[in-house]
Design a protein around this ligand. Structure first.
Ligand code: SAH
Ligand code: SF4
Ligand code: F3S
Length: 470
């Protein structure tokens, strides 16, 4: 990681303090990228600002997954324009950058439509931000850069340098996607699938653990397709899969919990299922999107698995780790979805019995095959189906949480609670847990007894010190 840190500092020039505001939309990948951009810009003198007013640099890190995503960006840019003018009137300058997936998808159009934007930068080019910003400052040339680069952006991005803000951190291990589900923009916005090397990920996680981070969530659009270069000295192994990476990271001192997201059913292998049984640090919570319970719709979605394939994976996971909590994603109203197809989705949800599940109305993404398909479903029908599905999934989540009452669970306390004297954290099953307790437990795992449950959280009391070891 030394080279990466040097690469970032080597670009530093102007050390005067500047204010940086980043607004992040979309998935955890963007949250992670925003933090890396912040780290990358710190050596240039940028300090985080809470609001765009008066900022020297504003970055909108955008998401393109929903319809009208681009429109939201344009209206945000409209709100920034007077702020930019105010700053100019006061003799300063506000640089406005659009990053993320809208930048990738709409590149040049953004600058044409919104002259207030100085810089458009796609996810593959963040390591060049200092250079682009310098270009803007010099007021010269084209600063547009959204092309995919062969060069590894992680080589240039700084290793996480922040002081601890939390005890749970996200680490990107894989990016991009080659699956081309017919509803999804990610293969177009994030490009082809690729994985970071095991050593690179390990160094980043080790640095986080040394700063006090107790839990990491490994991120990837298709994280279980991970196939990173093996560690130095282990070249003969060939690429390592996710299970091997997880077991390797589990040995890092101080790191107690590992999670990963998001997985695709087609990339499940026996080794990953076995890891849930043989690696205690791998938490018993698994997010495995299915999207639909109808084989006909799954085929139209190009998911490359059936409902039965999915259920068989869940069964094997439960055999390996009986208490595993399953979560997922579902889409209702994909083109051609009939009432019978929707009922198959409800049936699959009943069969799985989710601990948590996200559900969405199909939204037409320009440029994806789904958008051009016949049989687009009426908005009112989508809405009504979503309500029915959410009633079922909500009841399942509530029942899952209620089943925790009276149980003892280890909780990683991450922050002070809403009320004075309260602390809050997460159960192994990713449930939010609130309980009365001393601040000194923040950053630690402690045993609690669950005293109550709602759809979205658990309440608990600390198990007395004496019994905690048991
Ligand atoms: N790579 C992950 C996440 C993709 S986006 C995966 O393969 O699951 C996260 C979720 O958004 C998807 O699982 C899907 O349920 C939902 N989604 C993506 N595109 C959508 C669209 N056009 N309309 C509605 N929901 C969508
Ligand atoms: Fe999108 Fe499908 Fe790839 Fe997930 S697997 S990112 S839903 S194309
Ligand atoms: Fe959105 Fe891009 Fe993530 S489209 S969901 S921010 S990969």
């Amino acid at each position: 990681m030394t080279e990466t840190a040097n690469a970032a500092t080597a670009t530093s020039g102007d050390k005067t303090r500047k204010r940086l505001f980043i607004k992040t939309y979309g998935c955890q990948m963007n949250v992670y990228d925003s933090e890396r951009m912040r780290d990358l810009l710190t050596p240039l003198g940028y300090e985080p600002a809470e609001a765009p007013e008066g900022a020297d640099l504003v970055i909108l890190n955008t998401c393109h997954i929903r319809e009208k995503a681009a429109e939201k960006v344009y209206s945000e840019l409209g709100r920034l324009r007077p702020l930019k003018e105010e700053k100019a009137a006061a003799g300063g300058a506000m640089t406005i950058a659009v990053a993320g997936c809208v930048a990738q998808a709409e590149g040049a159009e953004i600058r044409a439509r919104a002259p207030v934007v100085d810089l458009v930068v796609g996810p593959q080019a963040y390591h060049k931000l200092p250079e682009f910003i310098a270009n803007v400052h010099r007021g010269r040339g084209e600063a547009l850069q959204t092309e995919f680069e062969v060069e590894d952006k992680f080589d240039a991005l700084a290793a996480p340098a922040r002081q601890i803000e939390g005890y749970s951190a996200f680490v990107t291990v894989q990016e991009g996607c080659d699956k081309f589900c017919t509803f999804c923009v990610v293969p177009y916005t994030r490009g082809a699938e690729w994985s970071r090397a095991v050593d690179q990920v390990t160094a980043e996680v080790r640095a986080l653990a040394a700063q006090g981070v107790r839990e990491v969530t490994l991120l990837g659009q298709n994280v279980n397709a991970y196939h990173g270069a093996p560690p130095a000295g282990r070249e003969a192994d060939g690429p390592w899969g996710l299970a091997r990476l997880v077991r390797h990271l589990a040995r890092i001192d101080g790191l107690e919990r590992i999670r990963f997201t998001t997985s695709h059913p087609g990339d499940m292998d026996d080794d990953l299922i076995a890891a849930f049984a043989d690696t205690p640090a791998l938490m018993p919570y698994f997010h495995l999107p299915v999207q639909s319970g109808s084989d006909r719709i799954l085929k139209a979605m190009n998911r490359r698995h059936t409902a039965a394939d999915y259920l068989a994976i869940i069964e094997r996971l439960r055999a390996a780790r009986p208490d595993i909590a399953i979560s997922g994603d579902m889409i209702v109203g994909f083109p051609g979805e009939t009432e019978a197809d929707f009922e198959a989705t409800m049936e699959l949800a009943r069969a799985v019995n989710y601990a948590a599940c996200f559900s969405f109305k199909y939204s037409r993404r320009p440029g994806t095959p789904g958008a051009a398909m016949a049989g687009q479903v009426d908005e009112a029908v989508k809405h009504e189906r979503l309500l029915r599905l959410q009633a079922l999934l909500g009841a399942q989540q509530e029942a899952f949480n209620a089943s925790m009452t009276g149980r003892r669970l280890p909780v990683l306390f991450e922050r002070a609670g809403r009320n004075h004297g309260q602390i809050a954290g997460r159960s192994p099953y990713l449930q939010a847990v609130h309980c009365d307790g001393p601040d000194r437990l923040i950053g630690q795992i402690a045993q609690v007894e669950i005293t109550g449950a709602s759809r979205n959280a658990l309440s608990a009391r600390l198990v007395p010190e004496e019994t905690r070891a048991a």
